[in-house]
Design a protein around this ligand. Structure first.
Ligand SMILES: Nc1nc2c(c(=O)[nH]1)N[C@H]1C(S)=C(S)[C@@H](COP(=O)(O)OP(=O)(O)OC[C@H]3O[C@@H](n4cnc5c(=O)[nH]c(N)nc54)[C@H](O)[C@@H]3O)O[C@H]1N2
Ligand SMILES: Nc1nc2c(c(=O)[nH]1)N[C@H]1C(S)=C(S)[C@@H](COP(=O)(O)OP(=O)(O)OC[C@H]3O[C@@H](n4cnc5c(=O)[nH]c(N)nc54)[C@H](O)[C@@H]3O)O[C@H]1N2
Ligand code: SF4
Ligand SMILES: [Mo]
Length: 876
């Protein structure tokens, strides 16, 4: 549709796997208003802070608008001829396994389908892997071991119909906020009991009846203990075990051998959890990256599945194991076979029958017959020169892969690297020989599948900018240029979707779970208006749950109970590396920040890379709040701001994964993470690397705000957008004797600043104004971390700001404190003042301040803020 169209378009949020429906309205000037779609089954109109801010992310300021070859803009013909030629030449010389694709769960199903078809069917290698290897691989492997298929049995409704919801390794409040809101509402309405299993106290714990802060990596022992307890207390479903499973005896013997003591939890808490589970038929266990991203990830998954299978609590209303997916199309990627060890349509690469069926359907010259390289091995092979041509699409591995410095070096050294992205300003895009401009969310047209198997349409509301093209069209064009003209002769995503659906019909006939053959004859108009649809969709069934009937996709139709053993994470703590580093997400940023980082309101919340560390660890290390810490692992180093908090367990600090060479180059946490993989799934252990921590004593600390993007070359900096421009934290080794010169370079300004210095304390404050006296930039320097009212100062850019160097809100206006509600910008101090006035009543505090009433994503934090405040007040 043309950008000028003002019609309402229904689409899907491009962030998490909840898959919320959105309604979009283009303003005709490139802008977009975004609202929750009241008719979408996933969210029924709700959105979280990230969804609400989508309109702020569609600007073209940082977009890649034309192909680039070696940094020079070219047309598509030149760029794609080069890509096709280099891939063909490399294959001719070194064979099909000398090339690789590394793709993403953020591609649409149609994009994924074409990329996978090109690699597995025509190039003839299975060297296509995806960032889902870092995300869902352990779940896929665990599902396949237990069910014989990668099937999510239940639906979101189960969370609302359950009487007990166990959340393990999932920070649902921040990572699947709308699902969390649905659960919180169900709890308020019907008293759902909630258990959170996470070493760290997270925002999700605010609705927990029980928080089990187990030692990292001990989930198998906890669930094995549960399995044994259920048996010993007669809580198993003997008939289900007898009729629908195999492996009970071995599993029970194995489970009984593990002692849940190893979790470090209080015996009474463990028993309470086991009693709740045993007593509650309607139990859902939600799991995510605390389970998957582990060298025992697949075993953790099976330990959970064992408990659900042995109680027969699967595939029935309000019960079942539930893997919540991270990316918007993690499921679609699995359906199209985007992983190096899968074939399309949930078919098996190991099965000659399946391979032959797919090859014949594609009429392809060959078909990959053995698994390709999995992400970590793929980048290792690239580093070793075994892969000589690489195409990365829709992911930023130079930041998000473990051992990220080595991955960056490998990509740089690869003889030929193609990157398809929406922006050239990523750590990975900067390494590309050929950079291809893809259309982004709001422009793309296709389908995604969310965590509960619901296929939804992403529809365009904006025109493709510049020369940007859809990812499927780029892959198909290269396929045609490599000589496979008929196989890649697609003119629309509809054609691809129909082909994908038809192939799934063959999979269905071969006894697979993924069958959407009922959609294979969709007309163009039907595809255009396709409403959210849960798979399977066949002539005989549509949507619903799997396995309630006790029939599984294994050869004998029975589910497998799997004996699994507790084992520690790969790296052991030592005197040299005495801490275990946990990593993950914050509420308002998405991965490497290429999109959420464009929305000023999302950068209000936790606007700097940080190390969340327990007060005892901080004291032992001599770290005070707002200090900088240097974190070292055997592989790399990072500098992070210290955030002292009892939420982090002793010995296990937490750091967010979001920061990059573009936003905080010293704070890329994956530079610290060891590439240790789960032996079954190949998923790396992103949450349990060992590190050493010390205070980083900078020679000086700085805070800057500016209308235009500032740029510095100092030991530490972190930069985010604000409504009026930018803000930046800085620190350097040696103090400078010419702060005016430094500030001019930082801001690229040559005017005379207003300067206030104090040689005795080492502070300097500089302000630049434009011709009409409005603040253009300001810099605050000190020998200790700078304490100024940051949000307040950031808001002064572009204003008449005479008093800026006073660095406090003017007059008697109170400092609002760090932002908690990003929708309205309400800060912690404002909320605490309201709680002081009104008491610890969440609704009253929210209503009076305006916080937490737009999207509600910050309500868990407000609850915890006012609760702690009242605890402190009571103690005083
Ligand atoms: N705001 C936001 N939301 C997102 C994303 C984002 O970038 N930002 N990304 C999306 C994606 S792709 C994904 S995969 C999901 C991830 O969603 P989640 O898995 O919920 O998020 P994480 O923060 O990675 O990790 C979850 C929790 O695992 C805990 N954990 C660490 N080690 C262990 C352990 O040994 N056992 C247990 N039980 N828990 C442990 C951590 O303390 C952490 O709180 O989020 C999706 N949603
Ligand atoms: N330490 C640590 N590391 C982790 C994790 C962790 O918990 N801890 N989590 C892991 C997990 S679960 C995940 S999913 C990964 C995520 O890691 P990545 O996939 O590397 O992160 P993103 O920032 O989502 O990267 C998406 C890229 O695609 C671009 N893009 C956006 N839309 C499009 C499009 O339509 N087409 C194209 N071609 N490009 C587009 C974006 O600009 C961006 O550069 O990180 C993993 N890494
Ligand atoms: S919960 Fe938030 S990020 Fe996830 S799909 Fe919904 S609006 Fe998007
Ligand atoms: Mo993920």
């Amino acid at each position: 549709m043309d950008g000028a169209g003002l019609a309402q378009v229904r689409s899907t949020c491009p962030y998490c796997g909840v898959g919320c429906g959105v309604t979009l309205r283009a303003d005709g000037a490139g802008g977009l208003t975004v609202e929750g779609d009241p008719d979408h089954p996933a969210n029924q109109g709700r959105l979280c802070s990230k969804g609400f801010a989508l309109g702020e992310t569609v600007g073209l300021g940082e977009r890649l608008l034309a192909p680039r070859v070696n940094g020079t803009e070219t047309g598509w013909h030149e760029a794609l001829d080069l890509v096709a030629r280099r891939f063909a030449d490399t294959i001719a010389e070194h064979g099909p396994d000398s090339v690789a694709f590394y793709v993403s769960g953020q591609l649409l199903t149609e994009d994924y389908y074409v990329a996978n078809k090109l690699m597995k069917g025509f190039i003839g290698s299975a060297n296509i892997d995806t960032n889902s290897r870092l995300c869902m691989a352990s779940t896929v492997a665990g599902h396949r071991r237990a069910f014989g298929s990668d099937t999510v049995p239940g639906t979101y409704d189960d969370l609302e119909q359950a009487d007990l919801v166990v959340l393990t390794g999932s920070n649902l409040a921040w990572c699947h906020p709308v699902l969390y809101q649905r659960l919180a509402a169900a709890r308020a309405a019907r008293g759902t009991k909630i258990v959170v299993i996470d070493p760290r106290r997270t925002a999700t714990c605010d609705i927990a009846d029980l928080h089990l802060a187990l030692k990292p990596g001990t989930d198998v022992a906890l669930f094995n203990g549960l399995f044994a307890y259920l048996r010993e207390n007669g809580a198993l479903d003997e008939a289900f075990i007898l009729n629908h499973t195999t492996g009970f005896d071995d599993t029970f013997t194995r489970a009984s051998a593990d002692d849940p003591e190893i979790t470090g939890l209080d015996r009474r808490d463990i028993t309470r959890f086991y009693q709740m589970f045993a007593a509650t038929e309607r139990t859902v266990t939600v799991f995510s990256q605390g389970v998957n991203q582990s060298t025992r990830g697949t075993d953790k998954v099976n330990a959970i599945l064992n408990c659900h299978l042995a109680t027969g609590r699967i595939g029935k209303p309000g019960m079942g194991p539930f893997s919540v997916t991270g990316q918007p199309n993690a499921m679609g990627g699995r359906e199209t076979g985007g992983l190096a060890n899968m074939l399309a349509a949930h078919l098996d690469l190991e099965s000659a029958e399946h391979c032959a069926a797919v090859q014949s359907f594609w009429a392809s010259p060959r078909i990959a017959e053995r698994p390709g390289l999995r992400a970590v091995d793929m980048f290792r092979a690239i580093g070793e020169g075994r892969i000589k041509a690489l195409w990365i699409a829709c992911t930023n591995p130079a930041v998000s892969m473990p051992d990220a410095d080595a991955v960056r070096a490998a990509i740089r050294a690869c003889p030929f690297t193609v990157v398809s992205d929406i922006t050239p300003e990523t750590d990975t895009a900067r390494l590309a020989d050929v950079l291809l401009p893809a259309t982004g969310w709001g422009e793309k047209d296709g389908t995604v599948t969310n965590s509960d198997r619901t296929i939804s349409r992403q529809r365009p509301a904006l025109a493709a900018p510049g020369l940007a093209r859809h990812d499927w069209a780029i892959f198909a064009d290269v396929g045609r240029r490599m000589g496979w003209t008929d196989a890649f002769d697609y003119r629309s995503p509809t054609e691809i979707f129909r082909e994908h659906a038809a192939l799934s019909g063959i999979a269905g006939r071969l006894g697979r779970d993924f069958d959407i053959s009922g959609l294979a004859d969709l007309s163009d108009a039907d595809y255009e208006t396709l409403a959210p649809t849960r798979w399977p969709v066949t002539a005989t069934r549509s949507g619903g749950r799997f396995f309630g009937d006790g029939r599984f996709f294994t050869p004998d139709g029975r589910a497998r109970l799997l004996p699994v053993r507790q084992k520690a994470p790969a790296a052991a703590r030592s005197p040299k590396y005495p801490y275990r580093l946990n990593t993950g997400r914050t509420r308002d940023q998405w991965h490497t920040m290429t999109r959420t980082g464009l929305a000023p309101r999302l950068s209000r919340h936790l606007a700097e890379p940080f190390l969340q560390i327990h007060p005892e660890d901080a004291a032992a290390l001599g770290l005070a709040p707002a200090d900088l810490a240097r974190v070292k692992s055997p592989l790399g180093t990072a500098i992070l701001r210290v955030l002292v908090s009892e939420d982090a367990p002793i010995g296990t600090p937490f750091a967010p994964m979001h920061w990059t060479g573009e936003t905080a180059p010293a704070a890329r946490v994956d530079a610290l993470v060891a590439p240790a993989n789960d032996p079954v799934s190949g998923q790396p252990e992103s949450k349990a690397s060992v590190v050493a921590i010390e205070r980083y004593d900078a020679g000086w600390y700085g805070f800057a705000v500016a209308a235009d993007k500032p740029a510095a070359n100092v030991a530490y900096w972190a930069r985010v957008r604000t409504e009026a421009g930018w803000r930046m934290e800085l620190a350097g080794e040696t103090a400078c004797d010419d702060w005016t010169g430094f500030a001019r370079r930082l801001f690229a300004l040559d005017t005379e600043p207003q300067v206030l210095t104090d040689a005795a304390t080492g502070t300097a404050r500089l302000a630049f104004t434009d011709a009409s006296g409005r603040l253009a930039a300001a810099l605050f320097i000190g020998r200790r971390p700078v304490t100024v009212a940051r949000d307040h100062i950031a808001a002064l850019i572009g204003q008449q700001a005479g008093g800026v160097l006073a660095a406090r809100p003017r007059g008697n206006a109170p400092d609002p404190g760090p932002t908690v509600c990003s929708c309205t910008g309400v800060g912690a101090n404002t909320l605490l003042a309201a709680a002081h006035r009104l008491g610890a009543d969440l609704d009253r505090v929210c209503t009076s301040t305006g916080a937490g009433v737009t999207c509600g994503s910050c309500r868990p934090e407000i609850t915890s803020l006012i609760r702690r405040f009242t605890v402190r007040e009571a103690a005083e």
